[in-house]
Design a protein around this ligand. Structure first.
Ligand SMILES: [Zn+2]
Length: 82
């Protein structure tokens, strides 16, 4: 017996964690489907930053791994007042 399984990614990213009301930045991920490539973007509310949209599996994977960290390096809201 042969069974064909289609792997479907769950859209669970980009949602704020429960109990975390102060959301200042968000990572949006659209996993797409057979006719649409996956896409991802990152937004930071306080500094009005919106990243370019990453498109394609490899681009999205790399983007998700680095977007938040890379933005924090330059984001004024993550700079601690000294
Ligand atoms: Zn920012």
């Amino acid at each position: 017996m042969t069974e064909t399984t289609t792997a479907a990614a769950q859209d669970t990213l980009g949602r704020p964690a429960p109990g975390q009301r102060h959301v200042v930045a968000a990572l949006f991920v659209d996993f797409g489907d057979k006719s649409r490539p996956p896409r991802a973007r990152y937004e930071c509310v306080p500094c009005n930053y919106a990243s370019p949209i990453a498109t394609g599996v490899n681009a999205v994977t790399a983007f998700v791994a680095t977007a938040a960290h890379e933005h924090r390096i330059t984001c004024i809201n993550y700079q601690e007042a000294s």
